[in-house]
Design a protein around this ligand. Structure first.
Ligand code: AHR
Length: 334
């Protein structure tokens, strides 16, 4: 079913029945004069992790490959900056707005403004919570709740023969984000059914390497032991690799062997974490795929060609564990 896209850029060229490769395509000499690239306003959260850097790069590269002009705005971890950026894209009359919501709530007003301006919105990576699903055309990204479940299922497998209580420290990502909230919920959904596991402490590290380091440093500063109120920590579930890599060295400095003295489960699967998994310093890494650029640009073109896009598009993801043949993992590129 076709959609209404009120953009002059798109409609003029679509009227010239050019549909296969996007809103605009060079054809004859007279049409060449009319050629204007698709313009996408892209509001990125910031640059808090290697994952995020790769995600930004993937978007920029895919746009270049598809001749799409990307107006990039880095919100530096502030929702208000994202709202401002989206408003400026509306004023600029971009063809499509793509954004990664830092948190799930608080977008309805600005998305309504985009809708009234006739500019379709694609949400990628992190999802939003809204009472009106028609405010955005579609979502592309990971199932963050499933990522949390995968982390918990690994622990069930690893400790299948262990009967003693197992204490967990959870280091969460940015509270209110679908990435952190989904991992939090999915993890509990599985782990809470198994009475051996107990989450003895859960704290947000905001997806930042520095915060992962600080949290573990603070715990160790009490008596040099990985304990909370006298209870030993058997497992650390960290919501991303940046935070994990931040505390791995701290553990080593205190003579605690990550992967042996404490079981570590992380999320993202960036190269440095995969290397640590190979070195047996981490036990499991749940993949979260940052390379969303090519699929996003496809969706952009579909919208500009006035077709609907699926409301939810998931990306393929896997889990890397200490039980796998790790020599077969292709270089991650982030
Ligand atoms: O939204 C995806 C999460 O955000 C990634 O797990 C994390 O590394 C990033 O900063």
């Amino acid at each position: 079913m076709k959609l209404h896209c009120n953009k002059i850029i798109c409609s003029a060229i679509l009227a010239a029945f050019v549909v296969l490769s996007g809103c605009a395509k060079k054809n004859t000499k007279s049409e060449e004069k009319e050629f204007k690239p698709i313009i996408v306003g892209f509001s990125q959260i910031g640059s808090e992790s290697a994952w995020r850097t790769c995600n930004t790069q993937s978007m920029k590269e895919a746009a270049a490959v598809e001749d799409i002009q990307l107006v990039y705005a880095n919100a530096e971890q502030k929702q208000e900056n994202q709202i401002k950026a989206i408003r400026s894209f509306i004023v600029y009359q971009v063809d499509v707005i793509v954004f990664i919501p830092i948190v799930q709530d608080g977008w309805d007003n600005v998305l309504r403004e985009a809708k009234e301006a006739g500019i379709p919105v694609i949400v990628i990576d992190r999802s939003i919570r809204t009472s009106d699903e028609s405010l955005y055309a579609g979502y592309l990204g990971s199932d963050h709740t499933e990522e949390g479940r995968k982390a918990a299922r690994f622990l069930q497998r690893k400790f299948s023969r262990v009967q003693r209580p197992l204490n967990i420290l959870e280091i969460r990502g940015t509270d209110g984000s679908s990435a952190a909230d989904g991992r939090y919920e999915g993890f509990r959904e599985v782990i809470n059914k198994d009475s051996r596991f107990k989450i003895i402490h859960s704290e947000s590290g905001d997806f930042l390497r520095s915060r992962g380091k600080e949290i573990v440093e603070r715990i160790l500063s009490v008596n040099g032991k990985l304990q909370i109120d006298g209870q030993p920590i058997d497992i650390i579930f960290s919501h991303n690799d940046s935070m994990t890599l931040g505390f791995l060295d701290v553990l080593a400095e205190h003579g605690i062997r990550g992967g042996k003295d404490v079981t570590i489960v992380s999320v993202d699967a960036e190269q440095a974490a995969i290397n640590a998994l190979k070195e047996k310093k981490i036990n499991c890494v749940v993949e979260c795929n940052p390379k969303l650029g090519p699929q996003t640009m496809k969706l952009v073109k579909t919208l500009c060609n006035k077709y609907e896009i699926p409301h939810i598009t998931r990306v393929d993801e896997t889990v890397f564990t200490e039980y796998d043949n790790l020599s077969e993992i292709t270089p991650r590129g982030y």
